[in-house]
Design a protein around this ligand. Sequence first.
Ligand code: BGC
Length: 323
Amino acid sequence: MPVTKSTFGEYELYTIKNSSGAYVRIASLGAAVQSIVVPNRNGVPTDVVLGYDTPGEYLRNDGYFGAFVGRYANRISNASFVLNGREYKISANEGKNTLHGGNGLSKRRFTEIAVGENALTLGISDPDGGDGFPGKVDVRVTYEFSEDNELSISYEATSDADTYLNLTNHSYFNLSGRGDILDHELLINADGYLPVDEELIPTGEVCSVSDTKSDFRKMRKIENGFYDHCFVLSGSEPCARLVSKESGIAMTLATDMPAVQFYAGGATGLRLGKGGAVYGKNSGLCLETQYYPDSPNHPEFPSALLRAGEKYYSKTSYKFSIC
Ligand code: BGC
């Protein structure tokens, strides 16, 4: 079905609906996923992401609800890195470190590039020196929603100078459409995770998940609301699967990225959300597919280097079904 567009204050809100009536809504503000509405086991339409009804709330949003995250998702220590022998100082926004790119792209206006039958492409350009990063970067992000309720997000970018780029989406999922996510069951196909220091900066080691509370290789209840770790994906599909026994909705995640940050929403402060919903700690969880945090300062980690003139491409998909 054709993508429809409505106004969202000074911004736009796009709806990609399939013939069953399931839909996703994307805002041009922060290219944010504002809603994902899919049927529960009784056929009742259920919104499975947290979000807001107005642009003002997105602009005040301290939690990156649904947002496109760049230039560098997750943390970069000491807000600096060395590239091609030169030290770059980037915007620090979490103490002395950078989180999600500093000022970042999450609250910027994205422009419409293409609207298709079931897909939408938005774009943004960040100048050379944006947040201190080298290179003028041109980004395109395409949201596609299939007839079988699969949302796929593809990221394409180029830069006119060597730079680091790590793009993701920061949706908070709650497959029950209410309450908290502690009773959700989760599988992450990861044998390793990255231990972090007290500022959540990776130490550089990759530890085995065996015999730790981070072992999600078999589907199990989340229970603990303090997860905020980067998991190193084993490469076997799916990368992750999340289930709400309450609604019967399952989400299966596939990606070409090497890692996923599982953030259980433990730091979400009390606030009002869509339709008067009250959100707080653990109301939603994030599964942010990405390069490893702080990889520009860890040559042993997979490289997020984007060379001048080369193409950045990555794709993550979220398939919703009844379990
Ligand atoms: C980080 C958390 C942070 C949250 C909201 C997540 O990606 O891992 O530490 O609190 O984003 O900013």
